[in-house]
Design a protein around this ligand. Sequence first.
Ligand SMILES: NC(=O)c1ccc[n+]([C@@H]2O[C@H](COP(=O)([O-])OP(=O)(O)OC[C@H]3O[C@@H](n4cnc5c(N)ncnc54)[C@H](O)[C@@H]3O)[C@@H](O)[C@H]2O)c1
Length: 317
Amino acid sequence: MTAVAVVGAGLMGANHARVLRRLPEAELTLVVDPDGPRGRALAESVGARYCAEPAAVAGLAEAAVLAVPSERHAEIGVPLLEAGVDLLVEKPIATTVEDADALIEAAREHHRVLMTGHVERFNPAVLQLDGLVHDPLHVELTRMGPFSPRVTADVVLDLMIHDLELALALAGSDVERVEGMGRRERTDSLDLATALLRFRNGVTASVTASRIGQTKIRRIELTQRTNFVVLDLVRQDLTIHRVDHNEFLAEGGVRYRQSGLVEIPFLEHRGEPLALELEHFLDCVMHRRSPRVTGLQGRRALEVALAVRRSAGSPYR
Ligand SMILES: NC(=O)c1ccc[n+]([C@@H]2O[C@H](COP(=O)([O-])OP(=O)(O)OC[C@H]3O[C@@H](n4cnc5c(N)ncnc54)[C@H](O)[C@@H]3O)[C@@H](O)[C@H]2O)c1
């Protein structure tokens, strides 16, 4: 069993604490937050100790989940890594490449596990893709949801970064070219953004994220040479399409006919993605393994997100 602290008792910290509390591999020992009432309330609800200062973590936990505002990830995370604590840092790993590098370097120097919390990689539909990506050509990723007044970052760092990280993993290559466009609608930063990416191996991607949608959509459409794979990340399902034969018929009026194969694999729904992410992190801590989403992978996603934002003309440069 690993002693774990949750640093940051806001929305995500509370989610992590709720899940950690039920995992047999974890003992949630500490909740840290300078906001006393908030931190104490969460600590009490999960039976952990409370402290206002992250410095308390090293004495009470071997590993920590860092769920503080993203601009503060390096400032709070680096001393924890230096003190010998393994870290799961919420996404985005940081808001600057320099901060991401500081975290990666501290983890390397102190032989710590550093994982980036790209939770969508633990969506059962995405996990199923592991054995299905053979010859990708193009991927379209869409993430839309209704507006929430509690947003702080722009839609690229807040939402699109999930899909940029997935696109990098699916393409299996670095990004060579990025073009972004977007608009502000409800806030002073990008509320809707769309990006075209080209990877070094020739794979292309089209990524759209919006927080001014009228419904929740999280979808991946993967075109491969031999099939077309569609994932619905909300419903956690996956469908594989293969065309067998298609033709236009002229007799009796023009029509199109297609025959093909549709495969819907049975997905083992093994619980919520956040629980799978935390189980994986604890397994990496226990067995000193490299995580599914390393600090470096978090940094690569951040770099692409910053490039999309620059190209889209956001004021945050
Ligand atoms: N994986 C996801 O889908 C997802 C969703 C939402 C947020 N996030 C990420 O989670 C992180 C936190 O976001 P949130 O929405 O929970 O924010 P939040 O504002 O709800 O909570 C942040 C908390 O951190 C606390 N904090 C500030 N400084 C601290 C310090 N020095 N030590 C300890 N706590 C401190 C604040 O008091 C606050 O309670 C961000 O990096 C965000 O991008 C990820």
